[in-house]
Write a protein that binds this ligand. Structure first.
Ligand SMILES: Cc1ncc(COP(=O)(O)O)c(C=O)c1O
Length: 382
């Protein structure tokens, strides 16, 4: 743990878009006494009065932040939030329309051993425009009309541009399809009023992880419109969540309050940084997806490298240079933004990535990456 802490927290430029940095208070709350306790709705466990208060406060804050009518902070992860939504909004024998993992959809919602296969729900995949990295609206409308999926889930793991919820809501309504939005990746941007407003646009639920672009503890959340609260909460417990890990909930409540207060400024800077990083990489000769469409409107930049061997070699050389990305290759700006980096700093990050891409020895770039990281020791937007 000590070695990890020194390396990843102090020496690396962490650019995985699924990750973020929590504030010091969020970390303290994670280590608090609630992490030892149980609480249940039927009052089976005594001693829970402050956890009761905490949950009500957290639900109120989440409603304010996401413009929702109700919320649950109990899902233990984004994946579990997906499981709760699928279990509630479909029935065995039904169908679910999502983005195909091959187009950057979430594998946990796919028929390649994802959750729908456990509940006998058939997968359909959105027609997808891979040039624009988005759902093909016209073809999707036709598919919804023809197939009448039980549930349509917008959102994806490789997520650059807002999804066309508003454009497809009428087709979903006439087909009797319910609509959820998996905002795991973009929840912090939505909380800051950026990217898109899925509930206003027609989704019944937003669900997702609380630790990607949102800077909460690792966990999940569901927020929704009036009408499906008791359905979802009835499925959630006792079906899929029992103990909600109340230290995590306490930490999440704090992070939601941070989002309420400074989430707008944070989200603007994350997206500004993302665009600056993408442009600088592109200008430096690294192939970046969607250059003709402004690169990105989210915290992610996606590199257009297809050869698996090249991906493995490049991402490993970046790791050797203390620059951490995933095999996507997706590059995220959340953590850098929380550390206080601005567009001009992202250009410096891009320059280091370009040097590794062009074949410079990672060991020569490593000291520069760590030096750059060490210029940013605070955590902002707290
Ligand atoms: C779109 C999407 N949904 C759900 C998840 C699962 O989230 P978690 O890791 O919090 O379980 C992910 C994870 O990367 C994701 O990308």
């Amino acid at each position: 743990m000590g070695k990890h802490q020194k390396w990843r927290a102090e020496e690396c430029l962490n650019l995985i878009p699924s990750e973020n940095l929590t504030s010091h208070t969020v970390r303290q709350l994670l280590s608090g006494d609630m992490g030892h306790r149980y609480r249940a709705d039927d009052r089976f466990y005594k001693g829970a009065r402050f956890m009761d208060e905490l949950e009500s406060l957290g639900e109120k804050l989440a409603c304010e932040v996401f413009g929702a009518d109700w919320a649950s902070l109990r899902p233990l992860s984004g994946h579990m939030a997906d499981m709760i939504a699928v279990s509630t909004l479909t029935k065995p024998g039904g169908s679910i329309l999502t983005v195909n993992p091959g187009d950057g959809g979430y594998p946990g919602l796919s028929d390649q051993a994802g959750y729908p296969t456990f509940v006998n729900v058939r997968n359909l995949y959105f027609p997808f425009d891979s040039e624009r990295m988005n759902i093909d609206v016209e073809k999707a409308r036709g598919m919804i009309e023809d197939e009448k999926p039980s549930l349509v889930v917008f959102g994806q793991s490789f997520f650059l541009f807002p999804h066309p919820v508003r454009a497809l809501v009428d087709a979903c309504t006439s087909a009797g399809s319910r609509i959820a939005f998996d905002g795991s990746h973009v929840l912090g941007l939505i909380a800051g009023g950026k990217f898109q407003k899925p509930l206003e646009e027609g989704a019944e639920l937003i669900l997702g992880s609380t630790h990607k672009s949102l800077f909460g503890p690792q966990g999940g959340i569901i927020v929704g419109k009036r009408g499906c609260e008791s359905e979802v909460k009835g499925r959630q417990f006792p079906g899929l969540v029992d103990n909600a890990h109340w230290n995590r909930v306490a930490a999440l409540v704090w992070a939601l309050d941070e989002a309420r207060r400074v989430g707008g400024k944070y989200a603007v800077q994350v997206i500004t940084n993302s665009k600056a990083l993408a442009r600088a990489l592109h200008e430096g000769g690294v192939p970046v997806k969607c250059s003709e469409y402004g690169f990105t409107e989210s915290h992610q930049t996606i590199l257009d490298v297809k050869d698996q061997k090249e991906i493995e070699g490049f991402t490993q050389r970046l790791e050797d240079a203390n620059i951490i990305v995933d095999h996507g290759i997706r590059i995220g700006t959340c953590e850098a933004t929380r550390r206080g980096m601005k567009a001009q700093d992202m250009e410096r990050v891009a320059e280091l990535i370009v040097r590794v891409y062009k074949g410079e020895e990672p060991s020569k770039v490593r000291a520069k990456a760590t030096k750059l990281r060490r210029e940013f020791n605070r955590i902002l937007y707290t």
